[in-house]
Design a protein around this ligand. Structure first.
Ligand code: NDP
Ligand code: 2IT
Length: 449
């Protein structure tokens, strides 16, 4: 291994040994850019890797709020402003009990590379809280969001840092956050948050963008390798924002989605998932996926009882992990390969463990890597920001056409870089190299900051 690379990884391992997700994300990227480092010895002198792996700023704060029983609850809020190299800090907010600094840093790090791939002027950030929105009333969600924003507002701005949604944060939460921001600032600064509802400054097709974008990417990847989505069997983990719109687009492209899941288990419907029902259960009622059985008793529900998500035991041509990090492990990868999977498209961030990823690549399975394949969400957020700046709106078709072009460009960049560096079809390496090269050039150009 390149000596510089070895030293940087070893230092991060020593300093941040307890941050497992962060180390995993760093190693995946750094281990795939060795060839670029060998060609550019000047990167070491400019400490490119040390600077690219260290967040510009990490903010943590107390979020006190009062629940419906009158009890005071204290959560922890985060914003990791990782890089402003190519634009204002940009990235989602996650509300989930598992949120910690390692997860925030891994997501912020991934976001820099993802945002660079979009070709749009956006830096990288992530934030959120260990707050669990499950089972909370609308009023509790509102009070939490207002308290969260009462601290966050001083760190963000439409040219500074622009948060959006992620796990547990959708249009409802963005609405409460925006309302409080506007109240504190006494100004309508529409571009300070993205994922807003259409009625007060959101972009058409932002809700659909991550899932649709994933399918545009997967379609390009399959086409380049002589396959087609039409007639293929697809399984999708999760049943949230990304999963639902991935299902919608996969179906529009002629594929049959037979499985979806939540954190409790998965449903298998060999006739094809009833998506309006899933939307009703998840988007309207905020219920559990098991409720699908009430309407479709002929389908099957498999409870999650171990680390192996049951969804990956279903026979499929294409697997789309769209729930959370490390949800597809080596056991599951082996099952998928045994069952004849041809492609994996990562809708979630880092959903595949490193061992599973290595196994897929070794077996010649096509992998659409998260930081490229799920970039449609943040790319459309950037399109929302530009509409807010222009005080103008694009139609759904206009936004979707822009999204499609961006996803095709991203796929082409991954493909070309994979070929250029002698690892054809390895889009994971291709994505890392394409993004890294752009960021390293920008860093050199801006001096030691
Ligand atoms: P949602 O909150 O809308 O949905 C999350 C889904 O994943 C739910 O079905 C949830 O099930 C499941 N899930 C969450 N945590 C776990 C867990 N620990 N184990 C098993 N299942 C889990 O989030 P999104 O759809 O927005 O996000 C999904 C993934 O996509 C995340 O990795 C996110 O970072 C990534 N992403 C999102 C983008 C966006 O625009 N929203 C853009 C790019 C990436 P349950 O309800 O049971 O918790
Ligand atoms: O992981 C992601 O790219 C997101 N959650 C979307 C971020 C955004 O700013 O739209």
């Amino acid at each position: 291994m390149n000596e510089y690379l070895k030293r940087v990884i070893s230092n991060i391992e020593k300093r941040d040994s307890h941050e497992s997700e962060y180390l995993q994300a760093i190693k995946e990227v750094l281990c795939s850019i060795e060839q670029i480092l060998d060609k550019h010895p000047e990167y070491e002198k400019a400490a490119i890797l040390e600077r690219m792996t260290e967040p510009e700023r990490i903010i943590t704060f107390r979020v006190p709020w009062v629940n419906d029983n009158g009890e005071v609850i204290v959560n922890r809020g985060y914003r990791v402003q990782f890089s402003s190299l190519i634009g204002p800090y940009k990235g989602g907010l996650r509300f989930h009990p598992s949120v910690n600094q390692s997860i925030m840093k891994f997501l912020g790090f991934e976001q820099i590379f993802k945002n660079a791939l979009t070709g749009l002027p956006i830096g990288g950030a992530k934030g959120g809280s260990d707050f669990d929105p499950k089972g909370k009333s609308d009023n509790e969600i509102m009070r939490f969001c207002q308290s969260f924003m009462t601290e966050l507002y001083r760190h963000i701005g439409q040219d500074v840092d622009v948060p959006a949604g992620d796990i547990g944060v959708g249009a409802r939460e963005i609405g409460y956050l925006f309302g409080q921001y506007k109240r504190i600032r006494n100004a309508y600064e529409g571009g300070v948050l993205t994922g807003k509802a259409i009625c007060y400054g959101g972009s058409l097709a932002r809700k659909e963008a991550t899932g649709y974008g994933l399918l545009f990417y997967v379609r390009e990847m399959l086409k380049t390798n002589g396959h087609d989505l039409n007639g293929k069997i697809v399984t999708i983990s999760g049943s949230g924002n990304v999963a639902i719109y991935a299902c919608e687009k996969a179906t529009a492209f002629g594929a049959k989605v037979v499985g979806m899941s939540d954190s409790n288990g998965c449903i298998y419907d060999k006739n094809g998932i009833d998506l309006p029902l899933i939307k009703q259960i998840k988007e309207v009622k905020r219920g559990r996926i098991k409720e699908y059985l009430r309407v479709h008793p002929e389908s099957e529900y498999i409870e999650k009882t171990s680390d192996d998500s049951p969804i990956w035991g279903i026979k499929t041509d294409i697997a789309l992990p769209c729930a959370t990090q490390n949800e597809l492990n080596l056991n599951s990868a082996k099952k998928l390969v045994e069952n004849g999977v041809i492609a994996v498209g990562e809708g979630a961030n880092m959903p595949t463990t490193q061992e599973a990823l290595d196994y897929f690549i070794e077996k010649g399975i096509l992998v659409a890597p998260a930081k490229a394949a799920n970039a449609g969400g943040v790319a459309t957020s950037a399109i929302e920001m530009s509409q807010n700046s222009m005080r103008y709106y694009y139609t759904f078709e206009e936004v979707e056409n822009k999204l499609e072009k961006i996803m095709i460009n991203i796929f082409n960049a991954c493909n070309e870089n994979a070929e250029k560096y002698g690892c054809p079809k390895n889009y994971v390496a291709g994505a890392n190299m394409a993004a890294f090269q752009k960021l390293a050039d920008a860093m050199l150009a801006q001096g030691i900051v």
